[in-house]
Ligand binder design. Sequence first.
Ligand code: MN
Length: 440
Amino acid sequence: MKNTDETHDPARKSWVETANHSASDFPIQNLPLGIFSYNGTTAPRFGIAIGDCILDVAAAADIGLLTGLAAEAADAARDGTLNRLFALGRAPLRELRKQVAMLLDRDGPARDRIESLRSQILPEMSACRMHLPTAVGNYTDFYAGIHHAIAAGSLLTPENPLPANYKWVPIAYHGRASSVRASGNAVRRPMGQRPPLAAGGSPSYGPCERLDFELEMGFYVGPGNAQGEPISITDASKHIVGFSLLNDWSARDIQRWEMFPLGPFLAKNFATTVSPWVVTADALEPFRVPAMARPDSDPQPLNYLLDETDQRQGGIDVSLSVQICTGEMLAQGSAPVEILESNAMHLYWTSAQMLTHHASGGCNLVPGDLIGTGTISGPKPSQLSSMLELTFGGTKPVALPNGEQRAFLQDGDEITFSGKCHREGFVSIGFGTCSGRITR
Ligand code: MN
């Protein structure tokens, strides 16, 4: 691997023992970035996940454990968001990653001293509350999962499942930044206009009856661009600092009625949930894969979206899973059950192509902006990554082990996404969870 270094060394272990468990999402090779507060009572602050603990980065900096660019990185996040840190680009993040890995390394040079400071710098995750990583100024959601576009398209617009422009232009809509929430926040069932029951009839106003999730990944903009100055595809990766899981909650009945001709509006702007940890682009280097192979019959991307390096390593191999825990399961004490799995490799456009396309007309991207990939369905029926697709428009409900069935989501249902990267010769890393429970 070209872009790996000592921070990806699989032999490395942490003195934080839980980080060394093979099931941990947060080994020393991951070190994702987030914003947390102690018991939800202190002001939000910058943290890095390690095992079942969080390194309090500002506290570590205050003690003098970080130097140079890493100390500057810590200072940039003192306002309790990662926007200013992301604006600095990937170099300070890389230096912070190297220094933090050294601090947490079981064989690090100052291990004894640092471990003795544990109570000042390393709270347990269970005693902390997670917040949004950035103050999201702008949120855009793409439609880059081609298997989703075909499956959802054949249900929503059967006469034209895959739009003629799909293989030429990365399609997106501008989402709503104000309703993005960190994992764990409840999602209130939206009210809205539901379509007429028969052609020519009137719509009705009431609670959404076809509430759904969309399994997606999100990524965060690092340095932005000046208005009018596009970002070349060659430079795009310098502007993408990290990734998380994203649930684009969707009200299918409202969507079907409102979305023509200008796209989704209230069907999607009531809530978006993200996992709180930003897995850095650096941590993901070992898990890069080629962009999705295009059949010979598909057009090549236009030149402004075509870069040899991006084609070779612009994809990411992230195994994704969706679990449900209904209100009844919760009351019974039953464990959540997996209803589908997919992989981020099934994206037709790379994150670099999405970012470059977004800025190509002159739109200025801003540090901390959130970009969603679109629903990541795979080619198999078990990889259809929304209830709309999985249940064929609600006609074939999913059977749950306790005898319940689900076509769309009911009040009390909790949907949880998880994501994991595996590769031979490297330590697996994960994304934590992206979870939300439906309330009335
Ligand atoms: Mn979406």
